[in-house]
Design a protein around this ligand. Structure first.
Ligand SMILES: [Zn+2]
Length: 527
């Protein structure tokens, strides 16, 4: 190992400590009693043959001792949470300041890892959207609404003054079944009427509906003319209906038969679709609560690539035009193909470009939809996808992998989240818009939120915005402003990914400090 610094120290003065980091007698791993003096506030490079002990000196001796001293400085209360680090094999280290290490692993190949998740910025964005996102209906684009019980009653009294209404509690939404027990149970509880598929009906003994049809059923909790003198009755009927309807209630104007929907959870005022209360997981493409059900949050789908299956259309199938199955052999596959082609008067020996559209389609995707087909053929592309995804055998999967490519997911268009999650917005942007911005734009957007929120929301947003600003500012300072949060970590260059990790390390150190300060504070106040 070459050490580009003087190797002396016997006596170390205070003067030396301010200007040098001095290591005496390092013996960690393969180091043989190495002593070095490294100038501080300068860049120092340790070079040498592989195996000569560069990492043993930098990581296992200097960094390890720095970390040990930091942990040692914490109170014994804090230490019980982390245990201790063993002292490296070294006689003495002096002039050591706090240490940070960025390890040498270059990239994270996990396809789910992005600049946003690695820097933890995405965690704060998810939190911000969960607490302050505004929900919009994916059906109509309208702002979703949510009412308190009081608001529902106020609304009802104002809008239906002197009109006759039915207060309905939805019990069954678009489901099959005969529901005999349900009607029996309601009858026992003293209710007389239900609304089945839009018709108000008396609950007679043994009432049931066609079990193989899809039904909408509501309980008629009350029918009443809305007048101020009956406020108490209206209030109690609304409460009952909300209990039966699990926070959802229908008000029907008995004259026009029009239905109005009220809910204590988020619903579309026109179409009545509802969203669950958002949580940070709603915006995570790594959680089943947030990810797109089609691609499971990857943003891409792995599908058969026709250009790989058929590489040269001038060749016939017999001559190996379908790469995935090779040249003609006497086997079932070619036997079937021959029969399928015969339907369109095509032959195995015909160049693929001369085959009919229908033949090519059947060969690739099968004849499953054709009721009159004499035999079922799965289709080569379909079989490739199945072999690739089912993971029944490694051999099959490896064969299929040659003909698979990644395509943007057709459900989420690469945005990785379910549609409900993509319909929460802050200042006009949804999560996908935000992560698609480069960090300069993102920083401006975060700054714009300082004046966007009002009232109580300002207080909720304050800490989250502070964290987003600090972290993003750091990334801008290290020259990464051109990156977007959705950028895959695996596609970053070595230098980019080291700077990203530097940002993460910097903030996790800050978090440890905070964590221990709080722990010590709690300990002190407990005493
Ligand atoms: Zn998707």
């Amino acid at each position: 190992m070459e050490i580009l610094v003087e190797t002396i120290p016997t006596e170390i003065s205070q003067e030396d400590n301010t200007h040098f980091l001095t290591v005496t007698g390092a013996e960690e791993h393969n180091l043989k009693n190495i002593s070095v003096k490294i100038p501080r506030n300068q860049m120092t490079v340790i070079t040498g043959l592989s195996g000569s002990g560069k990492s043993s000196l930098a990581f296992d001796t200097i960094f390890s001792e720095g970390q040990r001293r930091y942990l040692d400085s914490l109170s014994s209360y804090a230490k019980q949470f982390i245990g201790s680090i063993e002292r490296p094999k070294v006689e003495r280290i002096s002039g050591l300041s706090p240490v940070i290490s960025i390890d040498q692993k270059t990239t994270n190949r996990n396809p789910r890892s992005t600049v946003g998740t690695t820097t933890e910025l995405y965690d704060f964005i998810r939190l911000l959207f969960a607490r302050l996102g505004e929900a919009y209906s994916y059906n109509t684009g309208e702002r979703m609404v949510r009412y308190t019980e009081e608001q529902i009653i106020d609304n009802l009294v104002q809008r239906y003054q002197n009109q006759s209404i039915a207060i309905l509690a939805p019990l069954v939404r678009g489901r099959k079944g005969h529901y005999r027990e349900l009607f029996q149970d309601l009858s026992k509880r003293g209710y007389l009427k239900v609304r089945i598929d839009g018709e108000i009906t008396e609950i007679v003994p043994k009432l049931q509906v066609d079990r193989y049809k899809i039904h909408d059923i509501e309980l008629v909790v009350d029918r009443i003319k809305v007048e101020d003198k009956d406020l108490q009755r209206i209030r109690s009927s609304v409460q009952t209906a909300l209990d039966f309807g699990k926070d959802l209630i229908f008000i029907q104007n008995l004259k026009t038969e029009k239905i109005e929907v009220f809910s204590k959870s988020l619903i579309c005022p026109t179409t009545g679709i509802s969203y669950e209360e958002p949580s940070p997981n709603t915006f995570s493409f790594n959680s089943p609560y947030g990810y797109c059900p089609t691609c499971k949050g990857l943003g891409v789908e792995e599908k058969a690539d026709v250009a790989k299956i058929i590489s040269d259309r001038e060749i016939s199938i017999a001559d190996g035009g379908i790469v995935a199955i090779g040249k003609y052999k006497k086997n079932n596959t070619f036997n079937y193909l021959q029969k399928l082609l015969a339907v369109e008067k095509d032959k195995l020996e015909t160049p693929i470009e001369k085959l009919s559209e229908k033949s090519i389609k059947t060969i690739l995707y099968g004849n499953g939809s054709d009721e009159k087909a004499p035999f079922k053929f799965e289709g080569i592309a379909t079989q490739i996808e199945r072999s690739y995804h089912d993971e029944i055998s490694d051999t099959l999967k490896n064969w299929a992998a040659n003909y698979i490519s990644e395509y943007p997911c057709e459900t989420c268009h690469g945005q990785r989240l379910r549609k409900e999650s993509l319909h929460f917005k802050i200042n006009g942007k949804n999560v996908a818009d935000v992560t698609a911005m480069d960090l300069y734009e993102f920083y401006d957007w975060v700054l714009s939120l300082d004046t966007y929120f009002t009232g109580n929301d300002t207080i909720i947003a304050r800490d989250i915005l502070k964290e987003l600003k600090e972290r993003t500012h750091f990334l801008l300072e290290v020259g990464l402003g051109y990156l977007s949060l959705k950028r895959a970590t695996g596609s970053l260059s070595g230098g980019e990914s080291q700077r990203i990790r530097l940002a993460t390390v910097r903030f996790s150190i800050k978090r440890y400090h905070l964590y221990f300060r709080r722990a010590e504070y709690r300990f002190a106040s407990a005493r």
